[in-house]
Design a protein around this ligand. Structure first.
Ligand SMILES: C[S@@+](CC[C@H](N)C(=O)[O-])C[C@H]1O[C@@H](n2cnc3c(N)ncnc32)[C@H](O)[C@@H]1O
Length: 266
């Protein structure tokens, strides 16, 4: 498994949300479930106290709060963060549209600059698979949670987008040839996360989101693939586009498995 490269992640892949948006569009524009992932995740926070102090780590462009802006309880005190300065700038910009205060911080999850027992809830969505010292990140989140506090962490399962990887294999690419350090996502999946969280939390439960992609055109899939650190000559890119267009047009609606969920740990 290729190790995640924090410098590449911070200064290239996530220097802003451009690449993340290409991947999000595949989900936002072609998913079957009309109740969105971000709304579904937000429903899981229903038990938090009225005046909860909440920390989100690796929050990217702040979409969780942007997409649920109208239903955030007024008493919550929310700190939104990321280790990429560009992402924190986008969070500030995006969440200026929501008429309530947010705090913003640049934080590496492996070293959280808050005192012990500060938060009622910590959120770390689709990011723990990027972290080199995951046991340290998990113990840091446990440390800043109050006794009885809750961790919410979203990730993908083993079968997530498996049809994309099958198509790429048929075209002649192995995952490490187009995913680079993203191959490390297998280090923190819906299948193996519970055991990792149990090192610091007594109780862990898994909630799966029910959805699937039904793709009607190749372009968003090409954009999705190009969001990874893949190197392609213009000829090879043209061949990949032709291959994917043929595969997708011949089915009409090409189904792609979504295997996503949230682990709740206390
Ligand atoms: C796939 S994005 C997910 C963004 C957001 N949580 C979401 O669900 O839309 C991963 C995010 O984690 C951040 N990240 C990666 N490693 C990190 C670390 N060690 N500490 C804090 N943030 C990190 C990246 O900068 C990126 O914004």
């Amino acid at each position: 498994m290729t190790a995640p490269d924090p410098e590449y992640l911070k200064h290239e892949q996530y220097k802003d949300s451009t690449r993340l948006q290409a991947r999000a569009r595949l989900h936002a524009d072609y998913s079957r479930n009309p109740y969105s992932w971000f709304e579904w995740m937000f429903d899981l926070y229903h038990d938090l106290p009225e005046n909860a102090r909440i920390l989100e780590l690796g929050a990217g462009a702040g979409w969780l709060w942007l997409k649920n802006g109208r239903r955030i309880p007024g008493g919550w005190d929310i700190t939104v963060s990321d280790f990429s300065a560009g992402m924190v700038a986008e969070q500030r910009n995006n969440l200026a549209r929501i008429p309530r205060p947010f705090q913003f911080e640049e934080i590496d999850i492996q070293n959280i600059a808050f005192p012990d027992q500060t938060f009622d809830a910590v959120i770390a969505n689709n990011m723990l698979y990027h972290v080199p010292d995951r046991p340290k990140a998990i113990s840091e989140m446990r440390r800043v949670l109050k006794p009885g506090g809750t961790l919410f962490t979203a990730t993908n399962g083993e079968h997530h987008l498996q049809e994309v990887h099958h198509l790429m294999a048929r075209f002649g690419f192995q995952p490490n040839e187009y995913l680079g350090g993203f191959v490390s996502v297998k280090g923190y999946t819906l299948e193996n996360a519970t055991e990792q969280l149990r090192a610091a939390f007594n109780h862990v439960e898994l909630h799966r989101y029910d959805d699937e992609i039904l793709l009607t055109e190749a372009k968003p899939l090409v954009d999705y693939i190009l969001s990874f650190p893949i190197e392609l000559s213009p000829e090879r890119l043209a061949a990949l586009q032709t291959f994917l267009e043929a595969e997708i047009s011949h089915t009409g609606q090409f189904p792609i498995t979504k295997d996503m969920g949230v682990l709740i740990a206390r």
